[in-house]
Write a protein that binds this ligand. Structure first.
Ligand SMILES: [Zn+2]
Ligand SMILES: [Zn+2]
Length: 189
C-alpha cells in the first residue's frame, strides 16, 4: 500500500521541486505555486500517514527545517535591505533621484518624509533645500523661470517647463523631443 502511494506522490514531488527551482518566478507562477501546494498536500495527506508510526517524526523534521529556513531568510533579507539602503545613501544626488519611482517619491513627500531615506523632514520650511539626514535634494530652482520648486515633479509648477535633468541639454534639443520619446533621453544623459 505504501509503495503504491509512494509511486503516485514521488513524481508529483519531483515535478514540484523542479517547478520551485526553475519556474517559481515565471509568468505562470500562480499555476506553478498551485501545483506545488497540491504536491505538498498529496505528500502530507496521502503519504505521510502511511509511514511507520503515522509519520509523526516527518512533521517534526519538516517543522524544524521550515523554522530554520524562514529564520535564515528573514535575517538575510533584512541584512540585504540595510546594505541596499546604505549603498543608496552613498550615491550622488542625481542618481538617487532617478532611481526613485516618481509615485513613491510623491507618496513619501505627501507624508512629510524624505523620499530618499524616509526620515521626517520639514517640507514647509523654505530654507530647507536638502534632506538633513541623507543629503538628497528636495527643492531646486526652475531652469527657465528660477522659481523655487520641489525637485521631484517633472514640470515646473510656475511656468510648465520640463524639469528633466540637465536643463541646458534639454532646452538645446527641444523639450518636445523628450516628451514624445518618453524614457529615451535618459541614456543619452
Ligand atoms: Zn533623506
Ligand atoms: Zn519655471
Amino acid at each position: 500500500m505504501f509503495a503504491y502511494r509512494l509511486a503516485l506522490t514521488l513524481p508529483l514531488l519531483i515535478a514540484a521541486g523542479w517547478l520551485f527551482a526553475k519556474k517559481r518566478k515565471s509568468t505562470y507562477w500562480p499555476f506553478v505555486w498551485g501545483f506545488i501546494f497540491f504536491a505538498l498536500f498529496a505528500f502530507f495527506v496521502e503519504l505521510v500517514p502511511y509511514l511507520p508510526s503515522y509519520g509523526g517524526y516527518v512533521r517534526y523534521v519538516v517543522g524544524i527545517v521550515l523554522t530554520v529556513l524562514v529564520g535564515r531568510y528573514a535575517i538575510v533579507a533584512l541584512n540585504a535591505y540595510l546594505a541596499r539602503q546604505k549603498l543608496a545613501e552613498q550615491q550622488p544626488d542625481q542618481v538617487r533621484r532617478e532611481e526613485l519611482s516618481y509615485d513613491v517619491a510623491l507618496a513619501r513627500l505627501g507624508k512629510s518624509v524624505c523620499p530618499g531615506c524616509e526620515r521626517p523632514v520639514d517640507l514647509k520650511n523654505d530654507e530647507i533645500d536638502f534632506c538633513p539626514h541623507c543629503g538628497i535634494g528636495l527643492f531646486d530652482h526652475c531652469g527657465q523661470c528660477e522659481t523655487r520648486k520641489s525637485a521631484f515633479p517633472k514640470f515646473c509648477h510656475a511656468c510648465g517647463t520640463s524639469a528633466a535633468p540637465h536643463a541646458p541639454l534639454a532646452s538645446a534639443s527641444g523639450t518636445a523631443d523628450s516628451v514624445t520619446s518618453g524614457s529615451a533621453p535618459l541614456p543619452a544623459v
